[in-house]
Structure formats: structure tokens, C-alpha cells
Design a protein around this ligand. Structure first.
Ligand SMILES: [Fe+2]
Ligand SMILES: [Fe+2]
Length: 259
């Protein structure tokens, strides 16, 4: 047959191709029960690995807290406030989990700051303050090249949690939505918790005053949209706040009795 452009030539059937067509796929002999068993074991070991990962991360966060003992259960409250905010924003479950477990690590970089600065009772000098600000960069560098999404989130949060919405924060002076969302969320949780908690250099603001203070920072220090969401979930925030107050009181009572 003559070759006509545009017309598909009928493929020539080779003996090999014909044989391939005729061959039936080998029957797979699957033992469903064994497959389910193997899958269950895999799931179990993945769960175990995930839990160890999370445990390791929280221990890391506690190590940083040891250097800054004033903050007590601060890291756990940050985790609660941040995840409630994330939930109210409609973040998907896997992102909520990242936020829940990465947010307590926001100050992990403090392991690289000298105790003389970290635990100085008085005001920091300009040089000391510059060193203190480095904790954002240190924390970010530790986990920057990690392949784990959780540790990557820790790196992002470490770097961004002292940025301010109006661009006057540190270390990069990022502005508005250019600050990663996790950083903006943790910044709000961090400021609120600092306001309503007692520290060696200040007393705690009452809950309502702390809330008003957060409102007053909308658009300057904090993302106004997040502040609005925070106000919307005030009831949930109060529950976390009160639960922690009860724990704190119980610890103080226990301390008094033990003395
Ligand atoms: Fe910090
Ligand atoms: Fe903090």
C-alpha cells in the first residue's frame, strides 16, 4: 500500500507483540488477612515514630524553657491558643497538627543565648538586646534544612514570631501578610499569654484587660484579621486561660504544703 501523509499506517503485528497480547497476567495469590496485618503493623510503627517525633520536639522546647524558667507552662498554653486560632481560621487538620506541635518551639533558639542575658533581672543594654534578638535566627537555622514538615514549621515560627504587622519587628522587619501565617498566629498567642501571666519583672493583667490590650495592637503589632478571629473565639480562649490558672494554683498550693 502506498504511503499517504496523515493516514495512520496499520501497525505491523510482530510475533512478539501478538504473544504479549495473548499472555494473561499472572494470578496474584493475596492473603488478605496477612496484608491487613502488615498494614496494621506499618500504621502502628508510623504512629509510634510520629509520637516519638512529637515527644522529642516537646523535650527540646522544655530544654529551652529551662534556660528561661520564668515562663513555666507558657509553651503549652502557646500551643493551645495557637491551635484554637488555627482551627477558627479553618486550617486543615495536618496544618493544625503542625501548628500545635511546632508553636511550643518558638523560643528554641534561646538555647544559644547566654544565661547572663537570658536571666538578667534588670533591663538589657542595647548590645544585650541585640544578642537576645538572635534567638529567632538561631532557632530558624537549627531546623532550616530539616526534611520533616514539623521541624520546617519550627524553623518558620522561630524566625517569624517577633515580626510585627506594621514592619517594626525583628529580625527581618517583615510587614503585613508577608509575615508567614504561623508566625502571625504565634505572635498573637505569645503576646496574649505574656500579658496575662506573671513574670519576675511584672504582675499578670486580668483576662479582660489582656484581651483589650490585644485589640489595641490590631494593625500595629498584630494582624487585625487574626485579632478579630481571636475576639470571636474569646470563650475558648477563656477556657484555656482558666484551666491553666487552676493548674497554676494547684502547683502553688502543693509548693506551700511541701515547704
Ligand atoms: Fe521569642
Ligand atoms: Fe514565648
Amino acid at each position: 500500500m502506498a504511503y499517504i501523509p496523515g493516514r495512520k499506517r496499520k501497525p505491523v503485528k510482530t510475533a512478539e507483540a501478538a504473544g504479549r497480547k495473548r499472555a494473561r497476567p499472572a494470578r496474584l495469590d493475596i492473603d488478605l488477612e496477612k496484608l491487613q496485618e502488615a498494614y496494621g503493623a506499618l500504621e502502628e510503627s508510623t504512629r509510634h515514630l510520629r509520637e516519638s517525633h512529637i515527644e522529642l520536639i516537646l523535650n527540646f522546647a522544655l530544654a529551652a524553657e529551662y534556660k528561661d524558667p520564668d515562663t513555666g507552662n507558657h509553651i503549652l498554653r502557646i500551643s493551645d491558643y495557637s491551635s484554637e486560632l488555627g482551627r477558627a481560621l479553618g486550617l486543615p487538620a495536618e496544618e493544625l497538627e503542625l501548628l500545635r506541635y511546632a508553636s511550643p518551639m518558638h523560643d528554641i533558639g534561646k538555647i544559644g543565648i547566654p544565661d547572663s542575658i537570658l536571666q538578667k533581672p534588670g533591663k538589657l543594654t542595647a548590645e544585650e538586646w541585640a544578642v537576645m534578638q538572635q534567638h529567632t535566627l538561631i532557632g530558624s537555622r537549627i531546623f532550616k534544612n530539616s526534611s520533616s514538615p514539623l521541624l520546617k514549621a519550627v524553623s518558620v515560627i522561630s524566625l517569624a514570631h517577633h515580626e510585627k504587622y506594621d514592619g517594626t519587628g525583628y529580625p527581618q522587619g517583615l510587614k503585613g501578610k508577608a509575615i508567614p501565617l504561623y508566625g502571625r498566629i504565634v505572635a498573637l498567642a505569645d503576646v496574649f499569654d505574656a500579658m496575662v501571666s506573671k513574670r519576675c519583672y511584672k504582675s499578670a493583667l486580668p483576662f479582660e484587660e489582656g484581651f483589650e490590650h490585644i485589640r489595641s495592637l490590631a494593625g500595629t503589632h498584630l494582624d487585625p484579621d487574626l485579632v478579630e478571629t481571636f475576639v470571636r473565639i474569646k470563650g475558648k480562649v477563656r477556657t484555656i486561660y482558666q484551666a491553666n490558672r487552676s493548674i497554676q494554683r494547684a502547683i502553688e498550693e502543693f509548693g506551700k504544703k511541701a515547704r
